[in-house]
Design a protein around this ligand. Sequence first.
Ligand SMILES: [Fe+2]
Length: 330
Amino acid sequence: MAIDTTTEATVDAGEPNEFGYRTFRLGEFEFSRNEYFAYVRWPTGSHVASADAFLKALQRDVAWDFFYGIVNFDGVIGTVNHYGTVDLFAGRYNDSYRKAELDHLENFDTPLIRETFKAMLDDWTNEGFDPFASPTETGSAFGPKNGDNKRAITRHRVTAKRMVGVRGDEQIRSDDSGFPMNRQFLDVSQDEPEVYAEPGFEDDVAAFNLFAYLSRSDVTWNPSVVAACKNSLACPTTEEYILPIIHGNDRVEWFVQLSDQIWWNVEDRDTGQARVKVVMKPGDVASMPADIRHQGYAPKRSMLFVWENADPKLPELLSSGRLPPVAVDF
Ligand SMILES: [Fe+2]
């Protein structure tokens, strides 16, 4: 069956299988799921992942529109964003698959892979399961197909043009706008700064309580743009349990730990070889190099400030060696 989602892309989806889930094809890749697992097949191999882990990764890749660099669903499957096209790969960044020549990579126009992933996320997500939520704040991903959860998988992505709270831009969160305080941030002050702009500057002077804003985040591991200055993007996020993807950087990324703790496993981006463990505590700052991949573990909901440089020239400057992969040499 072909699902026409946009005029740009036609999704190749099969009829529902005995468990009620459709099988999706993208180039030579095939994706299928049953009650517990997602399966990925390509001409030289196949892979299995737990359905909940796969959907949580798929949710990030869709919501972030393939993000910066590489989104590894795990050590085998993932995507590389070329900002207009996207590579879908199996084993490409896994030394063992590479050496055994079992890896596979195909490049797709972004609309085709985007619409296929969106359709798969929608078809495979059951009522009551929210792939963006922490494990204790959602239901089960497992079992035969049971309804859907379109509201959870199509959340508005916060992308401030200037800053949260500025007139005409993203607005602060409140009970009334559907963002109650999270159970683990009930002690966070909800005071908002008082702003007295000079006449004529009401649209240009603004301030908001970032901690209060983050205390009302209803998702985990989802960097939101709350302030932008040219290519400098402030993307804070709240984290709990495990980052559902392993992010491979294509630029230096800065982290400021605002509250609680995150343990980061940092690996070589291309081989997956372990490089370092970083345990970040409140106030810690890390500059993650451009040639690593990392996955975070947060034992309690925590606040992380991610600072991204959105300059589109960065991937080329780094891959050509004209920029070093680290922000500073000691
Ligand atoms: Fe990253």
